[in-house]
Design a protein. Structure first.
Length: 475
């Protein structure tokens, strides 16, 4: 294998998961370094740029970490060769597209789902970091600096032989449900971080992350339908099957997605937000002067004030009732309550939100058992990180849960949708939808949530809590 000296590959096994991580090399995955005419004078050609096509690395001996490095290397080599052959051609728009590779060798489906969300989170953070760096450069160099759009592609190759990955219908359903969960995440009320509050006036970037899938059996059902329709439409006096030109195009599109191994393609794109001025702003549609008014459905200023007052209240009024009692002069804590509300006096407590959540679970959740319950806390704020946290915790519990025993794991997330119980419930429903696509993942597992603004009084915890309750049934 011919590799330029300037290219460096970082190859190591992560201790926290079974993923084989490969360091990104920008020019290592481009189809060619130079235009075709220059190849006649000794320029490196497309075939020399394959990073994993090494005949001497096809050994199937397992490594000390328990992973089969030969299988991983063979999977990456086959996938890279397939991409190179598929995108060959002088006019191909993908000829110079840079691609990074990572191989996922885990056999646990829930762990694979958690890894997918982790990769999505990493790609989003790469885009956000690019936008932040570009803003800093523009602030340092002035208005003459032109921001640069960042685009990066990651291919995640899976070598698991389990049914959820090898069966295309299940694999496609899992990926489709994950994309739907990501789309519905736009409706959730996310807690802003301190950096977002400080940089709210300079963030002018749009980061988008797309997720697509490839499979050795991609579109097999659609292929059967096309061929069956062609057989029905063939002429009675001819033995040749006639396939319309449009159907031929559909078949080529399906075949183009048939990779050697089940794979996911993640792409991040970070672009500067175009300036909005009067010339680019959408025109306002004004009501005609002579148009009749709908007095019955007309919204008045009083209606708006009533709605603002209604939505400005919390879901529970217990704290307000306590405050009203404390305002009474005969209440023993009335003086200290008035003193605490004085401007300029800060109240200091050594009890963290995590401590409050643990104490509330111990006192209010009937499923809590001091011997079999455990707590895990995190400070995440984004939805993709929350999905990764939940499915990684399920995978970790799955390996430790013993048959005919009960176990409770409480995931404490004080900074995740802390102001909206509805958003937390929507997140729970998306987790259930993803779990429904994976056979056997829900065996012996019940999930529920607690939130301070929950409609049910017995579930009003001080912080958002995602509970995993294992009833001891074997998988």
């Amino acid at each position: 294998m011919k590799v330029p000296a300037s290219i460096l590959i970082l190859l190591f096994f992560s201790k926290s998961s079974d993923s084989l991580i490969l360091g990104q090399s920008g020019s290592a995955f481009t189809r060619s370094i130079c235009p075709k005419p220059l190849s006649k004078i000794g320029c490196t050609t497309r075939g020399d740029m394959l990073m994993y096509d090494d005949p001497g690395s096809s050994s199937q001996e397992p490594t000390e970490s328990g992973s089969n490095s030969g299988q991983v290397w063979s999977a990456l080599a086959s996938t890279e060769r397939w991409i190179t052959d598929t995108t060959s051609g002088e006019n191909s728009p993908f000829a110079r597209k840079e691609v990074s590779y990572v191989c996922e060798t885990s056999e646990s489906t829930e762990e694979i789902v958690g890894t997918i969300f982790r990769r999505l989170k990493d790609m989003r953070e790469i885009g956000d970091s690019h936008g932040k760096n570009e803003d800093e450069r523009r602030a340092a160099l002035g208005s003459k600096y032109k921001p640069v759009t960042h685009r990066e592609t990651l291919m995640m190759v899976m070598t698991a032989n389990q049914e959820c990955i090898s069966e295309f219908s299940i694999f496609e359903k899992i990926v489709h449900t994950i994309n739907m969960a990501r789309r519905n995440a736009r409706e959730l009320v996310i807690d802003p971080s301190q950096n977002d509050k400080e940089n709210s006036d300079i963030l002018r970037w749009i980061t988008s992350v797309s997720l697509g899938h490839l499979h050795p059996n991609y579109g097999e059902e659609d292929m059967k339908k096309v061929i069956a329709e062609a057989k029905e439409q063939k002429k009675s006096d001819e033995n040749e099957i006639i396939i319309p030109e449009m159907e031929v195009y559909r078949i080529k599109r399906l075949l183009a997605r048939r990779s050697p191994y089940p794979s996911l393609v993640l792409e991040v794109k970070c672009t500067p937000l175009p300036p909005m001025d009067e010339s680019t702003a959408p025109p306002m549609v004004a009501r005609q002067a002579n148009a009749p008014l709908d007095e019955e459905n007309e919204v008045t200023r009083n209606d708006i004030k009533k709605l603002e007052a209604l939505f400005g209240k919390a879901a529970t009024f217990e704290d307000e009732e306590v405050d009203e009692k404390r305002l009474q002069p005969e209440h023993p804590d009335a003086f200290w309550n008035d003193l605490g509300e004085t401007d300029g006096i800060d109240q200091i407590t050594f009890e963290t939100p995590i401590d409050q959540g643990q104490r509330w679970i111990a006192n209010n959740d009937h499923a809590y058992n001091i011997e079999s319950s455990s707590f895990i806390h995190t400070d995440l704020r984004h939805v993709d990180a929350a999905h990764e946290f939940v499915f990684s915790s399920i995978a970790a519990d799955r390996r430790t849960v013993v048959s005919n025993t009960r176990k409770q794991t409480y995931l404490l997330m004080p900074n995740f949708v802390s102001s909206s119980a509805t958003s937390f419930e929507k997140f729970l429903n998306e987790v259930k939808k993803i779990m429904a696509t994976i056979p056997g993942i829900s065996d012996g597992l019940d999930i529920t949530i607690f939130h301070r603004e929950s409609i049910e009084k017995e579930k009003r915890s001080p912080i958002p809590i995602f509970a995993l309750q294992w009833n001891g049934k074997p998988r």
